[in-house]
Write a protein that binds this ligand. Sequence first.
Ligand code: TYD
Ligand code: MG
Length: 457
Amino acid sequence: MAKAQRRYVCQACGGVSSRWQGQCGDCAEWNTLVEEAPAVVTPFAAKHDLRRGGRTIDLVALDTDVPSPPRVSTGIAEFDRTLGGGLVPGSATLIGGDPGIGKSTLLIQAAARMAAAGHGVTYISGEEAADQVRLRARRLGLGQAPVRLAAATSVRDILATLDGGPPPALLVIDSIQTMHSDAIEGSPGTVSQVRASAHELVRYAKDTGCALVLVGHVTKDGAIAGPRVLEHMVDAVLSFEGERSHQYRILRATKNRFGGTDEIGVFAMGGGGLDEVANPSALFLTQREEGVAGAVVFPAIEGTRSLLVEIQALVVRLASGATPRRAVVGWDSGRLAMILAVLEARCGLSFSSAEVYLNVAGGYRVADPAADLAVAAALVSALSERPVPVDAVAFGEVALSGELRPVAHAGLRLKEAAKLGFERALLPAAGALEAQALAVARFGTLGRLVDHLLGRG
Ligand code: TYD
Ligand code: MG
């Protein structure tokens, strides 16, 4: 006889525990365990012998020709680019992002464009009333698009409705955390509800060949709320990022079974919804003025595109005694500490009695160590109050020894810089480089770069 047990499921990681605890034993999050429907434990003896009764499966060679999956364009080039060329019929895509970042806006725009192109599109909103969605679409000038719209949260009702007609090419579920499956106990948004609802919807997509897009909320620390298992159930996971206070939004793939995960889509949120940004560099470069100390342009790489961002440093000398602050926006604070240490230890500069602020303009986040050199140059410039030429870009990695190391995609970075009118580049001495349209100054060590910036030698 099956025996029911109490079980507590962590709402952050999906870990299961047999008793309630304040802290999840798997992911160490606090207050995330919630009692969920009991698991049915089947005694081992009752299980079937798995070596009997199975069907044989065709095994094929690894080098069989596989046609690349067909794609349906969303009508939004930046969205298609992130997906690897468009939506794949029968696939499931999860889009995560902070509330208010623009997920619903992006999807209603894509839904309208696809519907206008003649594809069947069904948009299910579990968060907003149908009128609200319609109003927004009208405000965006999309009111005429033949999108089939409903406000619903019952997965059973949604599937019954869908089964009553031909399957759509695109099914949007906004959001998966509001969906409810009556096959399972628990309120919407719990791990088991999210999992069960997603499972049914993904199965519908696979069976009918419709492309399913699920919206997922994101928790404080940036993970898609609900279980990690959701990420395993879908074919692609996209995250929609940006600072709400800034205009730009980046759509990034973190998982993609049908394409790469290094392409991004760039959008700007405006009065008319999300606009595609084909040339992102212009968005992140602030109005550049001659003669401002502490600003250096860094050519970042996103996928196959280079994107120029301005790195800004401010150094404020303190009267002795107070502990100086270090504050970073858009870059890693540990890495800033490292660059400061190398500047002190290898180049004889002292920041110890000064406050240091570092900011990446436009709210963009840089994770690439290639920004080391630009950060170091910005810090030296801020400390010495000598501006770095306004037409210069800088990139390269700084080693603890003070050596400058070459980084990937140097050619691509320089090409983008030249395209936007930059005329010189500060680079590591090491690494091969093709002939460039820019004047290139190369330095073996950070010390050499500092000498150059301070006009010594
Ligand atoms: P929304 O798509 O509702 O976000 P999400 O679904 O990710 O929660 O976006 C809402 C935000 O976008 C809201 O703060 C207002 C802003 N917005 C604009 O600035 N312009 C527009 O044209 C629209 C539709 C929204
Ligand atoms: Mg929304």
